[in-house]
Write a protein that binds this ligand. Structure first.
Ligand code: BES
Ligand code: MN
Ligand code: ZN
Length: 501
């Protein structure tokens, strides 16, 4: 999809649909927003349609109005911004996302748009950038596997969006920035939506190699032999039951003109279980249904890495994607097995379905030992975080207030919902090993907390933050920013934290 700028008047510029932002209660302002070019009878009919539909410019509401051939614009896609004094970048995103989706569903392929007004918050992202992100995310569709059975009219796609008005070089740069951010999120969504039969650990490594070549990163992929030599016994065990062997994927971003010995190196670690059957502690069918998405942490890390050089990230970043498939076979690991992680800590496996924390253990140690001065990990780690926070919120655990607060701010700027959870020290008791150092489960109460406390054993004393994205990595239903399925959660918070994007 192409984004651009066309100089001209909104109603005189041909398009399948013109997106018109409307502030709450400002119905009377619509003709002026359209450049005062509306033929009088048409203006009266539009006013009637708007009144009939009770469209008031409330945030989240859209209304598609056909122009019946009276102007070169086929339809208006009116979209509510809500009250002018409450306008935020997030509201602009959702308003433009919803309008673009409504226009697409009405059959529009070439869109034009009136640029949004600026939000009052001076720190807010540029409104054009927010509109671009909202439309790119909202129009996302996972079409890779559509086949002969899909009627072509249901494959409608938007080809282009042009902001109508005076263009400028800075506007072009702002559009490009929005496109970069949205493409990263949509890339993560594509990876998460891809079935496990095609997105194996090695296929993930291939994606990482492609990203590295395009985005100026170094990449190194470790297979079972290298992992055994490293002493990474935890990811090895999780991956050993699958015909698709595990991969630890290392990526490194170095900013232009970086110091030879930088003071700060950010470490990112992603859980990438390409499918989670639960292993011998097998999941019931309903719980297994969505487990192709158990690699969303790894996908978010790879997607964020893909955008760092375009967004001129100033810090070196050391990333690790812990890719394995948790399957059942004669070679699979079992409850009762005792593993030794890369740092020498022994782990008593009491439940093979608590596999995420195992692969992450080795990934955290490896990232710290490669020089990361702080660690941020993303993992679809626990069902318990969904019970605690519901589906749309990421649980943040951290042992460093500076890092935690910076990440909460980044999440807010990025429009991702995140809530800090406590690392309740006393709960360490629940994961104390009987015959090894630490157990991989701590019981039902506080399940997301004990999982985080487990990870903390492998952070090598670095300031650390953990995103439990089990609830937020997918949308349960379509919304203004995308269809049901992968959300790409975490990518934007990471980019906001690393590049101020
Ligand atoms: N991948 C799951 C967590 C999950 C659940 C992600 C629902 C997305 C949606 C994880 O590997 C898991 O199975 N966790 C167990 C841990 C338990 C055995 C201690 C869980 O949450 O039930
Ligand atoms: Mn599991
Ligand atoms: Zn899992």
């Amino acid at each position: 999809m192409q984004f651009g700028i066309e100089s001209g008047k909104p109603l005189e510029t041909a398009s399948d649909a013109l997106i018109v932002p409307v502030e709450a209660g400002d119905i009377a302002g619509i003709p002026a927003a359209l450049g005062g070019m509306l033929p009088e009878t048409l203006a009266a009919s539009i006013a009637e349609v708007i009144a009939d539909a009770r469209f008031t410019g409330k945030a989240g509401n859209t209304l598609v109005v056909p122009m019946l051939g009276a102007v070169p614009v086929k339809r208006l896609a009116l979209t509510g911004l809500g009250p002018a004094d409450e306008l935020t970048a997030g509201k602009i995103e959702r308003a433009y996302g919803a309008a673009a989706r409504a226009a697409r569903d009405a059959g529009a392929r070439r869109l034009t748009a009136i640029a949004p007004p600026a939000p009052l918050d001076p720190r807010a992202a540029n409104p054009i950038e927010a509109a671009v992100i909202g439309m790119s995310l909202g129009l996302y569709a996972f079409t890779t596997h559509f086949g002969a059975g899909q009627p072509s009219e249901e494959r409608s796609r938007v080809e282009s969006v042009a902001f109508v008005g005076p263009g400028s070089d800075t506007a072009q740069d702002i559009i490009a920035r929005g496109v970069t951010i949205a493409q990263a999120v949509n890339f993560a969504r594509d990876l998460v939506n891809e079935p496990a039969s095609t997105l194996t650990p090695e296929r993930m490594a291939e994606h990482a190699r492609d990203v590295a070549a395009e985005a100026n990163l170094e990449v190194e992929v470790l297979g079972p032999d290298e992992l055994a030599r490293l002493g990474a016994g935890a990811i090895t065990a999780v991956g050993q039951g699958s015909a698709n062997p595990p991969r630890m994927i290392r990526l490194r971003y170095t900013p232009d003109g970086a110091d030879a010995e930088p003071e700060r190196i950010v470490g990112l670690v992603g859980k990438c279980i390409t499918f989670d059957t639960g292993g011998y502690s097998i999941k019931p069918a309903d719980a297994m249904m969505e487990m192709k998405g158990d690699m969303a942490g790894g996908a978010a890390v790879l997607a964020a890495m893909s955008a760092l050089s375009s967004l001129d990230c100033a810090y070196p970043v050391e990333a690790t994607i812990c890719a394995a498939e948790n399957m059942i076979s004669g070679k699979a690991f079992r409850p009762g097995d005792i593993l030794t992680a890369m740092n020498g800590v022994t782990i008593e496996v009491l439940n093979t379905d608590a596999e995420g924390r195992l692969v992450m253990a080795d990934g955290l140690v490896d990232t710290a030992r490669r020089g990361a001065t702080e660690l941020i990990d993303l993992a679809t780690l626990t069902g318990a975080i969904i019970v605690a926070l519901g589906e749309g919120t990421t649980g943040l655990f951290s042992d460093d207030d500076r890092l935690a607060n910076a990440l909460l701010t980044a999440a807010e700027e990025a429009g991702e919902r995140m809530w800090r959870m406590p690392l309740v020290e006393e709960l360490n008791e629940k994961i104390r090993g009987d015959v090894g150092d630490v157990k991989n489960i701590g019981g039902r109460p506080g399940g997301a907390v004990t999982a985080a406390l487990f990870l903390q054993r492998f952070t090598e004393g670095r300031p650390w933050a953990h995103f439990d994205i089990a609830g937020s990595s997918s949308y349960p239903a379509a919304n203004a920013l995308g269809p049901k399925g992968a959300s790409g959660e975490g990518v934007r918070t990471l980019l906001a934290y690393l590049c101020g994007a």
